[in-house]
Design a protein around this ligand. Structure first.
Ligand code: PLP
Length: 273
């Protein structure tokens, strides 16, 4: 396996990032996960734009998106696989302990792992912790993901593959690594970005392609929604057949099936939508 680091390809066993990298010591970094089908990245321009937006939000130096694009191409070419996940990580770089972000320049790493197709439907749980819709990091895809790790572990304990958060005012927000959609009276709704959720790329494409509406929703909409589904880079659109103790028999329901079909058709036609 070859990865991109310090401006070129390196064997993963030989590649080294400093133990004083600010991304490692304090989570001062941003990242993207990009799906790659037969060596071709999906929606790479949108992912790179979001990487730059997240970096700006953290006050990191502007990333060199041309290098990031070249790095993705080089890593994909060096490691052929049918279905992969590129991980682009961009951090504050080396900083002596106890100091603020250093001036050694940022670190850019692009790595690739195998990805797996997700089942058509899954179980989710709600968790008692909240997303902060007005935090300094709200809407940024930073490497500070420990809260998501904890919530996902809670979901796994309960036989689910995703945990859903409300925000601090009790509105439905998002999952640990996905956005959430509900179907009410035949119409598709998803929480607005103001709810504190990440502006998911799959979410944006789903809204664009299905006409889903962005609506503030209380968490308990999950008790009465006719259908529920998740979106993310690696899930695409994934139907939900259980929310906590509530079963949604027949998932994926008809509206979700139609959304999945539209998504597959549109996404298949355009690798950089
Ligand atoms: N919300 C969070 C917190 C995420 O980490 C992700 C995925 O990375 C998403 C939503 C879904 O975003 P995307 O569709 O861009 O993968």
């Amino acid at each position: 396996m070859k990865i991109w680091l310090d401006g070129g390809l390196q064997h993963i066993e030989a590649a080294r990032v400093s133990v004083l990298d600010h991304g490692l010591t304090v989570g001062d970094g941003v990242f993207e996960t990009v799906k790659a089908v037969e060596g071709r990245p999906f929606a790479l321009t949108r992912h790179l734009d979001r990487l730059a937006r997240s970096a700006r939000g953290l006050g990191l130096p502007e990333p060199d998106l041309d290098e990031a694009r070249r790095a993705c191409g080089a890593v994909l070419e060096a490691n052929p696989m049918p279905f992969g996940r590129l991980r682009i990580t961009y951090t504050g770089g080396v900083s002596p302990l106890g100091s603020e972000r250093g001036d050694h320049g940022p670190t850019l790493v692009v790595a690739l792992g195998e990805a797996h197709r997700r089942p058509d439907s899954t179980a989710v749980v709600t968790v008692p912790w909240t997303r902060n819709e007005r935090g300094a990091l709200t809407g940024l895809k930073t490497t500070s993901y420990a809260e998501n790790v904890v919530a996902l572990a809670r979901a796994r304990e309960q036989g689910a593959s995703e945990a859903l958060f409300a925000n601090t005012v009790g509105q439905l927000c998002e999952g640990t690594g996905s956005n959430v959609f509900v179907v009410l009276d035949g119409e598709i709704h998803t929480p607005p970005v103001d709810s504190g959720c990440l502006a998911g790329i799959t979410r944006a494409l789903t809204v664009e392609w299905t006409g889903a509406r962005e609506t503030e929703l209380p968490l308990d909409v999950l008790d009465r929604a006719d259908e529920v589904f998740l979106t993310s880079t690696l899930r695409d659109i994934q139907s939900v057949h259980r929310v906590d103790a509530r079963e949604l028999p027949g998932a994926p329901g008809p509206v979700t099936v139609k959304a999945m079909r539209i998504f597959d058709e549109r996404a298949g036609n355009d690798l950089d939508p």
